[in-house]
Ligand binder design. Structure first.
Ligand code: MN
Length: 527
């Protein structure tokens, strides 16, 4: 029998304490439901005493019929606990500072007074029929003998779970093993709550679990104060894949959850973030792509599908023959003279060399090589003529403090001129809405905008703006960019560029469409 550890997710409490982050009650409910669906055991929904909005959010989550237990954070104060109880939660997480620095400087009481208050708060909450978890704040810097005696008292007061908090992220895996191993001898039900100040949150959480923690506190994407908390994705994957310890988490929905949270939190994750970062399963280097095509396991820790991701191959200065051949194959262009391609187009070894050097040239300039860039290079080298269905003629926008941003566009679709106007939350949104309106009048209406990124190429307000979009239609995904000093124009150009590629009809004066083959587990993309 595999051991199983329970997951308490505190994205909505500690995660929301990330500087600059605040969720609306509706957003909190949406995240809580997602966490419940993927198998989180306890959802820490917030701190009830904070505000009326917070209480509404916690109450809505507690009454949403989730399988997960719902808890609220509280200090050892009646008001805090009453506020939590008023939100119909299953559990209260009572914070009990245990290091001498916290007891003396923050609470300004004695150790014995602290124990008294903690016992009282625990008994009060328990008397109202909720579970109690004790969050021993700053436990990793507390006197261990005292921590143990606090836990003994609170265990006798019927606390359900005792959590060792590494509040400032200074624990090491070795000490975590000692602390949890020692406390486990008392048969306590233990939780671990680790912060990532020095990058050890996952390692410490795993060490705690190995040595006896029954619950582990995490946040999605490692959100949280300062450098954040132990991340759900890293802890779950480390435990399940490296240590063979089970959780109730549906691993294949981890990536989706990361995307939902980053969108609602408006907090992007670093491209190199383990497991969920953009580049976590992206290969650019020719050597790695070649190896990965020979055997997927060569340059990947595990199959990305396990967490609901797909492998990507990107173009750049490290691009090699294997990725170019694969991309040409995806585009329906043969690289093997003995095989006829769906488009009837063939690329010779010399032409492939030319494509590679052109891609490297662009990559060398430090430029992002999008799928559309790659396609433009291929078209040029193989002299493919494509019909651009959509062409922008003119664009104008009005925006300001007291006017609703409005954009009007003049463009041609299949040679026919269209003039449209639409509004939006800002000028870019208005322009994209106008574009969509124009296109849907010509039945081009099934393109999804998956990602939108803006970068200023130089520092000033006169900078060239580089907009990169990821657009999809059916199972085909394309990255494309638009560059201009005008952010609205760059955005519209990027969209048109991408949509033109997705809606390609005629090229090489033939009517054969680009083969849109099901993409195995491979997403050709530069991002
Ligand atoms: Mn914390």
């Amino acid at each position: 029998m595999k051991r199983k550890v329970m997951i308490l997710d505190t994205t909505l409490r500690d995660g929301e304490q990330t500087p600059g982050i605040s969720f609306t009650p509706e957003e909190k409910l949406k995240i809580a439901m997602q966490l419940d669906e993927i198998g989180v055991d306890i959802v820490e929904a917030g701190t009830a005493v904070v505000s009326e909005g917070e209480r509404r959010a916690i109450r809505d989550i507690a009454n949403a019929g989730l399988s997960a237990k719902v808890c609220s954070f509280a200090r050892m104060l009646r008001d805090d606990i009453d506020a939590a109880l008023g939100c119909d939660v299953d559990a209260v997480n009572i914070v009990v500072p245990v290091s001498d620095a916290h007891i003396q400087k923050k609470l300004r009481i004695s150790r014995s007074e602290l124990v008294e208050r903690a016992v009282e708060a625990t008994e009060y909450a328990k008397a109202h029929g909720v579970e109690v978890e004790i969050s021993a704040e700053d436990a990793s810097r507390a006197d261990f003998a005292f921590l143990k005696s606090v836990f003994k008292h609170l265990s006798e007061a019927s606390a359900d779970r005792l959590c060792v908090c590494d509040t400032v992220g200074v624990l090491t895996p070795e000490r975590a093993k000692d602390i949890f191993g020692e406390l486990k001898k008392e048969n306590f039900t233990l939780s671990a709550h680790c912060h990532n100040d020095i990058g050890l949150a996952t390692a410490n959480s795993v060490a705690a679990v190995i040595s006896g923690a029954d619950f582990v506190h995490v946040t999605v994407n490692g959100m949280g104060e300062r450098a954040g908390n132990a991340s759900l994705e890293e802890v779950v994957i480390a435990l399940e894949i490296l240590y063979g310890i089970d959780t109730n988490i549906k691993k294949e929905r981890i990536y989706e959850t990361s995307l939902i949270v980053r969108k609602l939190a408006k907090m992007p994750v670093a491209p190199n973030k383990p497991l969920v970062g953009d580049n976590a399963f992206t290969h650019e280097s020719g050597m790695h792509v070649h190896g990965t095509l020979a055997d997927e396991r060569l340059y990947e820790p595990f199959d990305p599908r396990i967490i609901g991701r797909t492998r990507r191959f990107a173009f750049g200065k490290h691009t090699g023959r294997a990725s170019v051949k694969m991309a040409l194959d995806e585009m329906g262009i043969s690289t093997d003279q003995s095989r006829r391609s769906p488009t009837g187009i063939f690329a010779s070894e010399e032409q492939i060399d030319q494509i590679i050097s052109r891609v490297k040239e662009l990559g060398d300039k430090g430029k992002l090589v999008t799928d559309a860039d790659f396609q433009a290079i291929v078209d040029d080298v193989l002299q493919i003529k494509r019909e651009e269905r959509i062409k922008l003629i003119d664009l104008s926008v009005v925006s300001g403090k007291h006017v609703q941003p409005t954009a009007s566009l003049r463009l041609t679709v299949d040679g026919e001129e269209i003039v449209v106007a639409d509004v939006g939350v800002g000028p870019v949104d208005a322009a994209i809405n106008a574009l969509r309106k124009a296109l849907s009048s010509r039945k081009i209406d099934d393109v999804r905008l998956d990602e939108y990124h803006v970068d200023a190429i130089t520092g000033g307000t006169d900078a060239l703006v580089n907009v990169v979009v990821k657009v999809s239609r059916g199972d085909k995904t394309i990255t494309a960019k638009g560059v201009s000093e005008d952010i609205v124009l760059a955005s519209v150009l990027a969209m048109i560029n991408g949509i033109n590629r997705l809606y390609e009809r005629n090229f090489h004066n033939s009517t054969i469409r680009i083969r849109n083959k099901a993409k195995k587990n491979t997403e050709l993309s530069a991002r």
